[in-house]
Design a protein around this ligand. Structure first.
Ligand SMILES: Nc1ncnc2c1ncn2[C@@H]1O[C@H](COP(=O)(O)OP(=O)(O)OP(=O)(O)O)[C@@H](O)[C@H]1O
Ligand SMILES: [Mg+2]
Length: 471
């Protein structure tokens, strides 16, 4: 995390700048030749002489490609491969075997190796393999970015973050998306991305061409919620002039997203339980049970288990919907995702507001990494939106951040970095500001850009203040 702090974020580069390669082989000569032949300003080779070391290096460095030897002391190559794949399903592993061990190569491919190569090999072969893999990685990245452009069609590519925590739940969600009817319960604080997940799951499931119907259970009064969900027959109640299909029927073949499920009342809970158990719905005032083919995804930022304990939520329904539970972690528990999210939202708002913000002042990033984000990704998105709108210099400075994030910094550290003590008789803040600005300008030979940088404000703010103080 510390690395991020010393960096100035630039616009995300479409293609990778440094290709990381890990070589796991007990033969010193092989490790040495990889290093000698490949290390450059574009490629960094990491090496490990044993499977255990290799796995550890993999987890620390997240290399793009792993060259893995089959014959290793203690742990066999195949086991190392399986272990790496378990921690990162997308790991690209090139398996190195001797000619005679074709069956091992086959096994490796089955276990998820990307490619295998027979020993001895030439570096020409290795270079071709590397080129093919990087071409593929770049192509995939390009496709992902293109797909992201299509805003309305949310997929997992729209869920930003490469922390282990988020990657793990994305993997999980991708798996569950493939199942047809499994009910999913999305838990997590407000603004963590539950909506986003529900859409991605639907759009990456076999149901994607069928409706995705979403209903916020807390936004409707009880009776309306029931008639929306289950529909009604003519005359079911005073206003039921015409028969109406409920959302479960409307969603036929698709997905129903029940947002804020923790808010529904007991009577509706029971009806919902019936839908889940029998896969049928009965309209209000109706007598027939209509079969429905839907998947239900429910979400809540409440502690449902506690609601069950407090008898506010039916236990049987709880167990029915938590068949598969995904908890989206709060942003403060995966702060590594912050720089990537900042870049993503900057690009998004640059497009939206026709801006060209290209950099984030390191101080801003530092503050954002320190802040705890009680409103999670939604709050971060709003902060960036505001900052992009306010910014005039193409660089996001501290003065674009809302007070709570700036103050937070202050509360946390000894907040008096300049050992400043307010005199008993007080002082004029205006005069003080004027004096500080005057000094900053003097220090920088009246270079406004430099002076603004010293004061961590934008050039426009400085210009405004200069005028105000008649400097
Ligand atoms: N990992 C992420 N990558 C990109 N955008 C995200 C991510 N997580 C959340 N967002 C964005 O943050 C905002 C809030 O997300 P979302 O509405 O999915 O949260 P939620 O968990 O459903 O919140 P609530 O409980 O308040 O309904 C949305 O604009 C969403 O697109
Ligand atoms: Mg939501």
């Amino acid at each position: 995390m510390i690395i991020y702090l010393s960096l100035v974020i630039r616009k995300t580069n479409l293609f990778m700048k440094l290709l990381k390669i890990l070589v796991i082989d007990d033969e010193k000569l092989i490790r040495w030749s990889f290093e000698k032949k490949l290390n450059s300003d574009k490629i960094k080779v990491y090496t490990a002489g044993s499977g255990e070391d290799g796995i550890e290096t993999f987890q620390m460095e997240h290399p793009h490609i792993v060259f893995l030897d089959n014959k290793l002391p203690k742990m066999q190559g195949l086991d190392v491969l399986k272990k790496i794949k378990k921690t990162d399903e997308d790991a690209v592993i090139v398996f190195m075997t001797a000619y005679e061990s074709v069956d091992v190569a086959v096994k490796a491919m089955k276990a998820g190796a990307y490619e295998y190569i027979n020993k001895p090999f030439s570096f020409e072969e290795i270079n071709i393999i590397i080129k093919n893999i990087t071409d593929k990685i770049n192509k995939d990245k390009e496709i992902r970015l293109l797909r992201r452009e299509k805003k309305d069609f949310i997929t997992f590519d729209h869920i930003i973050g490469s922390s282990e925590k988020i990657k793990k739940i994305i993997r999980l969600a991708k798996k569950i998306a493939k199942t047809e009817t499994t009910t999913i319960l999305l838990l997590g604080e407000s603004g963590t991305g539950k909506d986003l997940f529900s859409k991605a799951i639907h759009n990456e499931s076999a149901r994607k061409d069928k409706p995705f119907v979403t209903i916020n259970c807390s936004s409707l009064p009880e009776t309306l919620l029931e008639s929306e969900l289950f529909g009604y027959e003519t005359g079911a109640f005073t206003d039921a002039k015409k028969q109406k299909k409920g959302l479960f029927e409307v969603a036929e073949g698709g997905t129903v997203f029940l947002d804020e499920i923790g808010e529904i009342n007991q009577a509706t809970q029971l009806k919902l339980l019936n839908v889940l158990e029998n896969r049928t719905v009965r309209r209000l005032g109706g007598t027939v049970d209509i079969p429905v083919d839907i998947r239900i995804i429910a979400a809540t930022n409440r502690n449902l288990k506690k609601s069950v304990e407090e008898k506010l939520f039916r236990e049987d329904l709880y167990y029915r919907i938590k068949v598969f539970q995904i908890t989206v972690p709060p942003l403060r528990e995966r702060k590594e995702d912050i720089p990537e999210l900042i870049n993503y939202f900057i690009e998004q708002f640059n497009r939206q507001f026709g801006k060209n913000v290209t950099e984030t002042d390191p101080e801003v990033l530092k503050l954002m990494m320190k802040y705890d984000w009680p409103g999670n990704v939604r709050e971060l998105r709003n902060v960036i939106e505001r900052a992009v709108i306010l910014e005039t210099d193409n660089i996001l400075y501290e003065d674009c951040l809302p007070g709570e994030i700036r103050e937070h910094n202050c509360n946390e550290k000894k907040c008096n970095p300049y050992n400043f003590i307010l005199p008993d008789e007080g002082l004029s803040l205006e005069e003080m500001e004027k004096e500080i600005i005057r000094q900053a300008l003097e220090k920088t030979d009246y270079n406004q850009t430099k002076a603004a940088k010293l004061l961590r404000i934008s050039r426009d703010t400085l210009r405004y203040k200069k005028k105000k103080h008649k400097l």
